[in-house]
Write a protein that binds this ligand. Structure first.
Ligand code: GTP
Length: 311
């Protein structure tokens, strides 16, 4: 399955909500775009978890382009798609690789978001593209996380740097970068323990891990990826804000998109935080990670709206 089909599958519930509700606004051939219409479409868009800012921008665009006219469904969908693509625009390459030397990727997120699985998936992508990868088992809090990462490293042919339980995670990060430079490796992906955005001390620890990495390599980390669980919807936005402040996140890996109807949260994150969604997780296997392509996401979101429901 390509990105479009995977994302369409992942957005099945969100897409079907849009389809049913937007089609309901067009019972007859055309519809006058008046205040009542704008309020109705606002409500529908809002239910997809896109957030206020994106919904406002979309409704304003419909008002500017179509207010006072009688239009068909396809015209409204076109305006929505063009504006949404504009709101979601982001650089094409998901990872900002270092021009020389190893690229250091730090990964953070709340407990159970899908960090370890996402690291395995990233390592799998990197090794498949011929890169030499070292993993940093920086979750020194949970022994099982180190074991899980070791199994993945063995399976994927990546190396791993680990330390005794309780070692400061900044030490592991420092040693991983040291090893990446010495060998040399092309990419180092450094895990961190799960933490809640409200745990101030643990959030400050992320800053220390970052500093330990920069001490070895001043330009690093090149990427700080926040893994968000897509099923948490709008809660992800406030999480992302706190992690972005503490760890200087450069992008999002949205895990578990295959299991939710809250796919609109991707829009809210982009719109409210300016952070690009770099990858989406669409399953539990190590190949179930795909770079995020905003235009295809938007096309997939509205793919079924113009298709009449089969009797
Ligand atoms: N369906 C689906 N499941 C996923 C995806 N990503 C992760 N999971 C599952 O989510 C669960 C938690 O994933 P982990 O990778 O262990 O999460 P974590 O963030 O490392 O957890 P902690 O180390 O406890 O903080 C596991 O059962 C994964 O298989 C995904 O994209 N889709």
């Amino acid at each position: 399955m390509g990105f479009f089909d995977r994302i369409k599958q992942g957005l099945k519930k969100t897409g079907s909500l849009l389809k049913t509700d937007i089609r309901d606004l067009f019972k007859s051939e055309g519809r006058l775009i008046d205040e009542a219409f704008l309020e109705e479409i606002r409500g529908i868009l809002f239910r997809t978890d896109m957030g206020f800012d994106a919904v406002d921008a979309l409704v304003d665009e419909i008002a500017t382009k179509l207010r006072g006219r009688v239009v068909e469904l396809a015209e409204v969908v076109d305006v929505l798609k063009v504006k949404l693509k504009e709101l979601m625009a982001q650089p094409e390459s998901p990872i900002d690789f270092a021009p020389t030397g190893p690229t250091i990727v730090m990964v953070c997120g709340v407990n159970g978001a899908g960090k370890t699985t996402s690291i395995a998936k990233l390592a799998s992508q990197f090794t498949r593209s011929g890169k030499r990868v070292v993993l940093g088992a920086g979750d020194t809090f949970r022994a099982a996380a180190v074991e899980q990462l070791t199994i993945w490293a063995d399976r994927l042919g990546a190396s791993i740097v680990k330390a005794a339980q309780g070692t400061h995670p900044a030490t592991v990060a420092y040693q991983t970068v040291e090893r990446a430079i010495a060998e040399p490796f092309d990419v180092a992906v450094i895990d961190t323990a799960g933490r809640l955005q409200t745990q101030t001390t643990l959030m400050a620890e992320l800053t220390k891990i970052r500093q330990a990495i920069s001490k070895q390599l001043p330009d690093a980390p090149h990427e700080v990826l926040l893994v968000l669980d897509a099923t948490t919807g709008q809660n992800g936005v406030s999480q992302a804000q706190k992690f972005a402040d503490a760890a200087g996140c450069t992008g999002i890996v949205l895990a578990k998109l295959d299991g939710t109807a809250k796919g609109g949260v991707v829009v809210a994150i982009r719109q409210q935080l300016g952070l690009p969604v770099k990858y989406v997780g669409v399953g539990e296997g190590h190949e179930d990670l795909t770079p995020f392509v905003p235009d295809e996401f938007v096309d997939a979101l509205f793919a079924d709206v113009l298709q009449p429901t089969k009797a």
